[in-house]
Design a protein around this ligand. Sequence first.
Ligand code: GLC
Length: 428
Amino acid sequence: MSEVNPETTRLETMRAAVRTLFDLNRQRGHAAWCDRDYDFVCPSMTTYPFQWFWDSCFHAIILSHLDPVRAESEITSLLANQWPDGLVSHAIFWRREAYEDRLADYSIAYRTPYLSDCMQPPLLAEAVAAVAARGRGGAFLREVLPAVRRYFDWLRDVRDPDHDGLIAVLQADETGLDESPKFDEYLGVSGDDRPDYDAAWHRVADPYAEVGRDPARMLALDRFIDEDVMVNTIYAENQRVLGDLLEQVGDIAAAADFRARASRTRDALVEKCWDPEAGLFWDLAGLAERPLRTSTFTSLLPLLLPDLPAPIATRLIAQLEDPGAYATLWPIPSCSRSEPAFRPGAIGEHLLWRGATWINVNWFLCRGLRRHGRPDLARRIEDSTATMIEREGFREYYDTLTGEGRGAPAFGWSALILDLLEARALEA
Ligand code: GLC
């Protein structure tokens, strides 16, 4: 009798569950406002029925395992309305008119009613790499790389005005980590009250509107400037990956340029954000670049970088193994347990990223653990991640002490567990 490998069964069951989820959250049609077809996976039909930048990058990576044609559409729908300056809006309201009621709760800056005026973590090169690798390879790369390069040039030219290799976000939601406690003091909020955040949003967004949202003038106001560790880790990694993709299509000079840009960002993270005493990386706030000393998962994210110096990686891994910091029952918490702001699960009025476990965080850090010689710890975290999802479904986030699912149901990027399990299957 042939033995059934439990890992293979788990992977197959997960694949089927992700297919169902991605059929449920599929949005496709024709948008009259830009006269284009679209086909993408929204984060959640109940809460987030639109297209978000980094969600779509995660979705494309997941789709690359299931359906190369849909994976390409996810990317081409995202890039379809790229601005002439290079920005790709962080939210695209394809069928806005169908969901006007939902939009009342969103604090978002717009360029047009259909396109936001902000960025999100620049995961685009990794997404394109995954789609090309499991799909049409060089043919797809040649179609999309010019737009991808324009986007990364926009980041460098507009968001790195001090030319230190680190890009700045100008509003908290540009990090994708809306109410992270690392911003509390900087924003002047207590951390428990939704209306505080709405007021804080206006303190930043209203003066920006007064200067016509011109990036140079927004920066000069010095209202909210954050050289964020996670955003810049993703920036470094994606410039490196873009270098590899450009080499694949034979553009050797551009490949060398992007690799040099990636090294510069990594060096700046280590030189400017690493705190050897605390053993953590800190964001830099304002024109004065003041460190924001609250330990959240972003303080560990440079572990993702393959060329992070080994002694630093060791210190970050120690945090992941410390039960007083990040080693919870259902890891990885989005905020360290050592912080007074830490909250393990949902917080009354929908405040996000204050301690609960998010699957994209596990996806980043498990890959980092493997890159830095700790596949054992990565496997443990992947196993508990898969168990949470099997028990609770694909939720927006999970209580880090009980594993219970919280936030939006049928949430797209929680399916990143599939990418982790697929990678394991190749290892075996
Ligand atoms: C929330 C998250 C953000 C995400 C969006 C859509 O605003 O904080 O990261 O992109 O929802 O899922």
